[in-house]
Write a protein that binds this ligand. Structure first.
Ligand SMILES: [Zn+2]
Length: 325
């Protein structure tokens, strides 16, 4: 019953949602929001009471990329720079990875699976400590990094097709396609499962993303041969701006060739977000969430407002290393 309701609410949400300022914002918000409905009865009341918080703060890690040192590498892992089948061989412990590869290399090529595991541990601690503020902000952030791990172009050095003359493909896959076409997606995933081996699960997700990069890039290349330049691109209104973007025709045909890939990856992401939240709660001994304050404290709200102000201000710092998207 509960999941049918999700479906109806999702439709309402999609209708109400405005195209996001930056593309990935749309998907991140949706994934965190829908993940709430995968949770068990003991958790869903608390998470539902904060569903707007989890939605609105789903994009905070992206917003702070240019102002928080060390933030950028948390969103991706360029698996291909470490050679064939690296995803199976890289050390699962961050300390071992540093010892083997050096921290410079790790930070340059991304650390998303280690970041997810680290945050899962922090969220477990927050549940143990019964701290609403930490539970909420760690849940929102963790949802963001898990969703990033499910994006194929977050698992390759050629993350924006910059090495193969396919610049813009990152935003096409992750933004344009869901914004244009996700209203027909089926997001039914069933209840969040408990993860016996969360580390293996997030690494498997990165492996799946890495395996999908080939078709993501190849289909765009094949389609480009069919589309003359003036049909491949068009102009779109974004707020007050008119921007050049992949045309709707190109996006639709590309989407069709991908054969449900974006939908599958979004569904995987929201299922994993729910599963990691649930697993952290179980590992913390299943604390009674109904006894916690239902909303973030005033202090936390002030901190978030300050952070939003700081990340909104233009920065004069040099761009951070790593993927720019
Ligand atoms: Zn991100």
């Amino acid at each position: 019953m509960q999941y049918w309701r999700v479906y109806i609410m999702l439709c309402a949400y999609l209708v109400a949602a405005q195209p996001a300022r930056a593309w990935g914002f749309f998907s991140h918000r949706l994934i965190n929001r829908l993940a709430v409905y995968t949770l068990p009865r003991e958790m869903i009341g608390f998470y539902k009471a904060n569903i707007d918080y989890l939605t609105d703060n789903a994009t905070r890690p992206d917003s702070r990329r240019t102002v928080v040192p060390g933030e950028a590498p948390r969103h991706f892992l360029d698996v291909d720079v470490y050679g064939d089948s690296a995803v199976y061989k890289l050390p699962r412990s961050y300390a071992d990875a540093v010892a083997l590869l050096g921290e410079d290399s790790l930070l340059r090529h991304g650390i998303v699976p280690w970041q997810v595991v680290r945050m899962k541990g922090q969220l477990t601690e927050a549940f143990r400590a019964h701290e609403t503020d930490r539970i909420l902000h760690l849940s929102a952030d963790l949802g963001h990094y898990i969703a990033d791990a499910c994006v194929p172009l977050h698992a390759t050095h050629n993350y924006n097709g910059q090495l193969t003359n396919q610049r813009g493909i990152h935003a096409l896959w992750e933004s344009r396609l869901p914004e244009l076409l996700s209203s027909g997606y089926d997001f039914f995933t069933g209840p969040a499962p408990y993860l016996d081996r969360p580390t293996d699960v997030i690494w498997a997700a990165v492996g799946r993303s890495a395996a999908a990069t080939d078709s993501v890039l190849r289909f765009e290349r094949e389609l480009t041969l069919k589309f003359p330049e003036d049909r491949k691109y068009g102009f779109e209104q974004r707020g007050n701006l008119t921007v050049r973007a992949y045309s709707r025709d190109f996006a639709r045909e590309y989407h069709q060739r991908l054969n449900g890939q974006v939908e599958r990856q979004m569904r995987l992401a929201l299922r994993l977000v729910g599963a990691f939240w649930y697993t952290a709660w179980v590992d913390a001994g299943q604390p009674d969430l109904d006894k916690l304050p239902r909303s973030p404290s005033r202090r936390e709200q002030e901190r978030l407002a300050l952070e939003a102000k700081q990340t909104a201000e233009p920065t004069t710092k040099a761009p951070v290393p790593g993927h720019e998207e």
